[in-house]
Design a protein around this ligand. Structure first.
Ligand code: SF4
Length: 140
């Protein structure tokens, strides 16, 4: 496997994908990435393309139409990638687990390394998850 540059270990680039649910987790993830919480102090940089990303944050209840797109985004990321499932919906389906279009937990479709429970989790919990993801990138 090709070795990553050092800057990846110090500054993981992050993208997020909201796969359904009520949008509550999406709002918390977006709040986490604002200057108020200043995740750039840990080197975290938000990107728009999966090809530039090391960490994928997935939040929301995964619906059947989003599965193909989720797998495509995951496949476009550079190795070695870390996936964070943020919120009860992404981890178990949460309040939408019985919905007709629920496609199952995110880790049924792509490998998940970090779980951040909550409905929705607070930005402090999401930052804790990001630091765990950063440690995983460093350990690679
Ligand atoms: S876990 Fe809760 S807040 Fe997050 S998307 Fe699901 S219902 Fe909404």
């Amino acid at each position: 496997m090709k070795k990553k540059h050092n800057y990846v270990k110090k500054s993981p680039w992050v993208i997020d994908y909201d796969v359904g649910g009520c949008n509550g987790c999406n709002l918390e993830v977006l709040a986490t990435l604002t200057p108020r919480y200043d995740v750039e102090r840990f080197g975290v940089v938000y990107k728009s393309s999966p090809k530039n990303a090391d960490v994928l944050i997935v939040q929301g209840c995964l619906n059947k139409k989003a599965v193909k797109r989720l797998k495509k985004i995951y496949s476009q990321m550079a190795e070695k990638k870390v996936v964070m499932a943020v919120g009860s919906c992404a981890i178990t389906g949460g309040p939408f687990a019985e919905a007709y279009n629920f496609a199952g937990p995110v880790d049924k479709h792509i490998p998940v390394s970090v779980y951040v429970p909550g409905c929705p989790p607070r930005p402090e919990a999401i930052i804790d998850g990001l630091l765990k993801a950063l440690r995983m990138v460093k350990e690679e």
